[in-house]
Ligand binder design. Sequence first.
Ligand SMILES: Nc1ncnc2c1ncn2[C@@H]1O[C@H](COP(=O)(O)OP(=O)(O)OP(=O)(O)O)[C@@H](O)[C@H]1O
Ligand SMILES: [Mg+2]
Length: 368
Amino acid sequence: MNVENIRLINFRNYKSLNIKLNEKINIFVGKNAQGKTNLLESIYICATGRSFRTNKDKEIINLDKNEAYIGANIKTDRSQKFIEIKMERDKQKRIRVNKVELKSFKELNSGLNIVVFCPDDLRLIKDGPFERRNFLDMSISQIKPVYKHNINRYNKILFQRNNLIKSNKSKSSIISLLEVFDLQLVKTGTEIIISRNEFIKELSKKSYNIHNSLTSGKEELEINYISNVKFEDKNKIDIEKNFLEKLKANTNKDLITGTTEIGPHRDDMEIKINNIDARNFASQGQQRTIVLSIKLSEVEMIRSERGMYPVLLLDDVFSELDEERRRYLIRSFNEMQTIITSTDIINLTELDKVDKSIFYIENGKVLQ
Ligand SMILES: Nc1ncnc2c1ncn2[C@@H]1O[C@H](COP(=O)(O)OP(=O)(O)OP(=O)(O)O)[C@@H](O)[C@H]1O
Ligand SMILES: [Mg+2]
């Protein structure tokens, strides 16, 4: 899978850009604040329909203009897709695939698979569970489009359930109305739990091996799924049963706190190296290596599930990795299109041998 070209109009600091990308390695070099991350952001939006930096589309539109456009041609072995996104101030963005308009960006499924690795990803280790759930949702959606649908549905039911328990209806009528919501929440929530459990098991296995070789056998990485619903070695019916029982047992508490405590919206991932919690004990470099192992595992998982490699986006990560880890990363580029940004020319002999294009970014303009 690869992005053949990208066209931007009034997208952040790009007034007008039209570039053709290399099928293998693309290196974008530029000083700070020239538009490197903006360019990766535009590709990310083509894959997911939203930005990794903001929820407010209007921030993306060039400050002096009222509308922005992104257009990208995506090629796979089997198909050709032309993804277009148009944003207007104070309006919903519009997305077209092969000239057909989508009802919502939520329909933008698997047109383009990407894996992003950027310095901010350390938040996956350091920050709270929200970041890790977000990672899970983004990653699983790419592999399993129905998962995204389940997440949207689950969030909707949860929102309605929370509204109901916060309402000023009588306790007995709330409890009788909860019957329906709880059953729906459990059905959809169980699908999510099963998908997350499968994903994390595979991720854990793959990233153990990658991390082990990245650290020359010195570190053992372990990733576990944490949920307040029992999921281990149980079938769907058992998970649903346990989920519903816990949800019901917690109803009185939920009514007091005005929120729902039981369910996958409280899930987390435990990340350990050599049996010690990485969040509190791993050094910056160790955390970065964990993220690298996780991201490279994700690449492999997309490849085995979808039968083709994703596009790899690397924002300014080379300067932060030591030489051994850089070499490892470059070796993994072999099969896939990679788009790299850097403030300096990347000096590595490994890169001499590969097919690549180097671009220079200056103030929203790209020179080759
Ligand atoms: N909506 C917008 N309109 C115009 N300019 C914008 C808009 N949003 C962001 N910018 C500008 O785009 C510039 C480039 O941002 P970007 O994050 O891509 O830089 P970068 O090259 O990745 O820099 P760094 O090396 O510091 O990460 C910034 O100066 C920012 O102010
Ligand atoms: Mg940047």
